[in-house]
Design a protein around this ligand. Structure first.
Ligand SMILES: [Ca+2]
Length: 335
C-alpha cells in the first residue's frame, strides 16, 4: 500500500512538474504573432512587440492562391449619378477632304438658343493649331499632330447648352483632352486633361498618364457640367490571376508584374508594414496627385498602400527617400 501511495505521489509530482513547465511558455507563445500589429494583445504580451512597427509579408507566394479571380479593388469608388448623354462622335480626319485645312462637322444647337449653328474645325499645320468653331464662336488650341476626335455631348441635362470634348494627340501618343462649352460669343475651356478620352457605360473615361511603378496610365470616369473627375483614384489595367500565371514571363518583360528587389515600406490594413524583396506586385490604382499607389501581391493575398513623394519637376517618384526604380528590377518606364 505504501508502495502504491509512493508511486501515486511520484506520479502526481511528475505530472505537476510537467504541467508547470509546459504552461509558462504557452502563455508567452504570443511572441509568434508579435509582428502582426493588428493584434494589440500580442504586442502587450511581449516586450519585443513594442519595437516592431512593421508587419513582414512573406517572401513565399502561395501557389495554390494563384487561381483566385482578378484582385478585388481595395475599395469601390462612388461614381456619381451619370447624367452625360453622348450625341455624336466625329473622327475629324475622316471628315476632312484630302488637302483641306478645315471642315464642317455638323449643324447643331450647341448654345441652346433654339437655332442650329455650324460646328467645325480648322487645322493650321504650320502653326500646329486646331481651331474649334461653333457658329460665330471659335477657340484655337495648340497642337502638333493630326489625330483629333471630337465628342458632341450633353454633360449635364440641367445646363442650357451642350458640350464639345476634343481629344488630340500632341505627338508620340501624348494625348490631351479639352472640354468646351459655349458662353456668350466665346467657347470656354472647362478642363484640360493629359490623356485619351473614350466613351463607355454612359460616362467619359480618360486614360491619364503616370510614371508610378513604371506604369504608363490609369483610367477614371469624368462627367458633370464642368467635366469633373468622379474619383480621386485611377484604375490600372490589372490582368487576371489566370493570365498572370500563363504569361508570367511576358508580364515581367512588359513591366506589369513588378519584381521587388528591395523591401517596400507600405501600409496594410491601416498599419505600417513592409513587403519584402522577392515578392511580385501588381499596381491596382494610384491617386491623381501621384502620392499614393494601391498594390497587391501576385497571389492577391496582401493589398497595400504605398506612399510616394512625387517630384513633378524632375518627374521622380521617391518611396521613403529612395527612387522607385531601386525597388524594382523591371520597371517598364524607369525614371
Ligand atoms: Ca444655337
Amino acid at each position: 500500500m505504501k508502495k502504491l501511495f509512493a508511486f501515486l505521489l511520484i506520479a502526481l509530482l511528475l505530472c505537476s512538474l510537467a504541467c508547470g513547465t509546459n504552461g509558462t511558455p504557452n502563455d508567452a507563445g504570443a511572441e509568434v504573432t508579435r509582428t502582426n500589429p493588428a493584434e494589440p494583445d500580442a504586442q502587450a504580451a511581449s516586450p519585443e512587440a513594442q519595437q516592431p512597427e512593421t508587419a513582414q509579408v512573406s517572401e513565399t507566394a502561395q501557389p495554390e492562391a494563384q487561381d483566385t479571380e482578378t484582385p478585388e479593388i481595395p475599395e469601390s469608388d462612388p461614381v456619381a449619378e451619370l447624367r452625360t448623354e453622348l450625341i455624336e462622335v466625329f473622327d475629324v480626319m475622316e471628315h476632312m477632304e484630302v488637302g483641306a485645312s478645315g471642315t464642317t462637322l455638323c449643324s447643331h444647337d450647341l448654345d441652346g438658343d433654339g437655332t442650329e449653328e455650324d460646328i467645325g474645325v480648322e487645322i493650321d499645320m504650320e502653326e500646329d493649331t486646331l481651331t474649334v468653331i461653333d457658329g460665330e464662336r471659335s477657340i484655337t488650341l495648340e497642337s502638333s499632330s493630326m489625330v483629333y476626335y471630337i465628342y458632341l455631348c450633353d454633360l449635364d441635362a440641367n445646363s442650357p447648352y451642350h458640350n464639345l470634348i476634343v481629344c488630340a494627340d500632341w505627338g508620340s501618343d501624348s494625348f490631351i483632352t479639352t472640354a468646351l462649352h459655349p458662353e456668350g460669343d466665346r467657347l470656354i475651356i472647362d478642363r484640360q486633361v493629359d490623356g485619351y478620352v473614350s466613351w463607355d457605360d454612359e460616362a467619359f473615361w480618360v486614360d491619364e498618364l503616370t510614371g508610378i511603378f513604371g506604369t504608363n496610365s490609369g483610367v477614371r470616369p469624368y462627367s458633370g457640367d464642368a467635366f469633373e473627375p468622379e474619383s480621386e483614384w485611377l484604375v490600372c489595367a490589372v490582368p487576371s490571376a489566370e493570365y498572370v500565371a500563363e504569361n508570367r514571363q511576358n508580364l515581367y518583360e512588359g513591366g506589369v508584374l513588378l519584381h521587388l528587389v528591395r523591401d517596400l515600406p507600405c501600409t496594410v490594413d491601416g498599419q505600417p508594414a513592409v513587403i519584402t524583396k522577392g515578392n511580385c506586385l501588381l499596381l491596382l490604382r494610384f491617386n491623381d496627385s501621384h502620392t499614393q499607389a494601391k498594390v497587391c501581391t501576385e497571389d492577391r493575398s496582401v493589398q497595400a498602400i504605398v506612399d510616394i513623394d512625387f517630384n513633378e519637376e524632375e518627374w521622380l517618384y521617391l518611396i521613403d527617400g529612395v527612387e522607385q526604380d531601386e525597388y524594382f528590377d523591371n520597371l517598364f518606364y524607369a525614371d
